[in-house]
Design a protein around this ligand. Structure first.
Ligand code: ZN
Length: 202
């Protein structure tokens, strides 16, 4: 017995038949409020799939923003904790390598003719530092911390004369009662939602 698409009547499967729409994608489409027939071919499902992709891309962007907001709710400072009302979670470190080519030039012109800081150099270093901070915040969350104290940056050249610079950051992950709570659970929940949306692109 051959199966037919409930929308267009095309034969599904076999040598000349069209493929059935992916079950996961159909499920996701239904979960997001699209009405999809029980047996639907790839061709009939395509317009829904395209809309679904557009919609999930938007949702993923929103989730990224929420994830970033959660990350940034963690207080990060260069000071050691000021009182003893905290739980120690552990030492956290992060590294970001930046460089190659244009950096050599950037470093040779850290200051320009007027003695100002070179824009390209500053931009790259800031990018690397921000990336380190983000990694620290993520690690802190995974350790159930809600604050990072005693943060410290160090810089080193990775390849002699080749312009690769390594930015390292370290800090102490701690939790305090006055910081945001259950942040790891919230973060993992958002990540799970994102993974579900990402499945549609695979
Ligand atoms: Zn069809």
């Amino acid at each position: 017995m051959s199966i037919k698409c409930e929308s267009c009547g095309s034969k599904i499967g076999g040598a000349f038949g069209v493929s059935l729409a992916s079950t996961e994608e159909v499920q996701l489409a239904r979960a997001m409020g699209y009405s999809v027939k029980d047996v639907v071919c790839e061709n009939c499902f395509l317009p829904i799939l395209l809309k679904l992709r557009e919609c999930t891309a938007k949702k993923c962007k929103e989730l990224d923003l929420e994830l970033d907001t959660l990350l940034l709710s963690i207080e990060i400072s260069t000071f050691p904790p000021t009182d003893n009302a905290y739980t120690y979670r552990g030492l956290i470190t992060a590294h970001t390598a930046i460089g190659t080519g244009p950096l050599i030039e950037a470093f040779s012109s850290i200051t320009d003719f007027w003695g100002m800081e070179s824009g390209s150099y500053k931009g790259k270093m800031e990018e690397a530092e921000n990336s380190c901070v983000k990694k620290l915040l993520y690690k802190a969350i995974m350790m159930d911390a809600n604050r990072i104290a005693s943060t410290h940056f160090s810089y080193g050249e990775l390849t002699a004369g080749k312009g690769m610079v390594l930015v390292c950051a370290q800090g102490t992950a701690i939790s305090t009662c006055d910081g945001p709570q259950a942040i790891k659970e919230k973060y993992m929940d958002l990540l799970k939602q994102k993974q579900a949306f990402n499945a549609i692109w695979e």
